[in-house]
Unconditional design. Structure first.
Length: 348
């Protein structure tokens, strides 16, 4: 009897359908510009609590690029997405001028479906790092063209103009025959398409405090439902993009409202993990922005106050939070390229 069980196990393990069912999902969340001070301020402003307290493993990531201690989102996005250091401003290309495959592309080769969500335009540096290869992050029209030919199956983000109002007069959306495009989350939820894009704005989406829709937690819930409806495991990247913009503006309230939006999305991801334990959830930042320091505040209502040392990025290490399959790999201090290699180990 034991021999029969072993034979059946090995037969099933060699079956692609069996392997597909047991392959882990990966949810990778990036709070752009979110260092420890942004997390701390956001936690206090949220009644001294954050969804990040629900994680099992915490590490620290070194964020420097190949040519600067202070990285930009293109170089750091590439490090995390592709596992290689590159120059500031470069996306998906290593120091030998070679295209580097991203974790999304590697997952797609293994039969995964993929999704991207950003509260910026979908061609911004961080989301672009998962599908594009360009020498300058400012080549938005080229990045849009590369998205049209990429392995991305579902996306939610702004920047529609880079697809339809182009210098070359092309309408990239018309060329994406397999895709359906919608402009409302309700339409995204109702669609049965296996290739689907939701544009949240013609240009960059509004700040959440000015009425950006959908909220990130709603977008993530809809995306997870969509990915779960597919027969394959999935890779999903979610960016809270505008925490960074609050740092650049030295606007603490901007940071706090955007962090709250991101934190609510993290709570959604944690709930998903509880119901789907065969999933890795990693939350981190590409870099810290603004050099925020919390120097005062009201203990009665936990209202933080602080100051900034720059309107740019800093070289501070950033926290990495992990839970689920392979989470233990993320403890300790390591280079941001290791975030990629640890996800790849889970895929393998």
């Amino acid at each position: 009897m034991i021999r029969i069980v072993y034979i059946l196990f090995f037969l099933l393990a060699g079956n692609p359908l069996f392997a597909q069912e047991t392959s882990p999902n990966i949810i990778f969340m990036i709070g752009d510009g979110t260092g420890l001070s942004q997390i701390t301020a956001g936690m206090y402003a949220n009644g001294n609590k954050t969804a990040l307290e629900g994680f099992e493993v915490i590490g620290l990531s070194k964020t420097h690029s190949a040519n600067n201690l202070v990285t930009d989102s293109a170089a750091s996005g590439t490090a995390m997405a592709c596992g290689v250091k590159t120059f500031n401003g470069v996306i998906g290309i290593n120091l030998k001028n070679q295209k580097a495959p991203s974790i999304l592309e590697i997952a797609s080769e293994k039969g995964y479906v993929s999704g991207l969500i950003a509260t910026s335009s979908i061609v911004h540096a961080t989301p672009a790092s998962f599908y594009a290869k360009v020498t300058s992050r400012k080549k938005y029209e080229e990045i849009a063209r590369q998205l049209s030919e990429s392995e991305v199956d579902f996306f939610i983000g702004g920047g529609k103009k880079h697809f339809v109002k182009r210098e070359d007069k092309r309408n990239i959306l018309d060329e994406m025959d397999s895709f359906e495009f919608v402009s409302r989350l309700s339409e995204f939820e109702k669609s049965t398409s296996n290739k689907l894009g939701l544009f949240t704005n013609m240009d960059e989406p509004l700040p959440i405090a000015e009425g950006r829709k959908p909220a990130l937690n709603d977008a993530l819930s809809a995306m997870l439902n969509k990915l779960d409806s597919q027969p394959s495991p999935f890779f999903l990247m979610v960016e809270g993009s505008q925490i960074d913009w609050g740092g650049h503006a030295n606007d603490l309230n901007y940071i706090l409202t955007e962090f709250r939006d991101f934190d609510r999305a993290i709570a959604v991801a944690l709930e998903y993990i509880k119901k789907n334990p065969n999933t890795l959830l990693v939350v981190t930042a590409d870099h810290e922005t603004g050099g925020l320091g919390i120097d005062s505040g009201n203990i009665k209502n936990f209202k933080p106050r602080g100051g900034f040392v720059t309107r740019g990025h800093t070289a501070s290490m950033v926290p990495v939070f992990a839970i689920g399959i392979g989470a233990k790999k993320y403890s300790g201090i390591y280079d941001n390229t290791a975030i990629f290699s640890k996800m790849k180990e889970v895929l393998d």
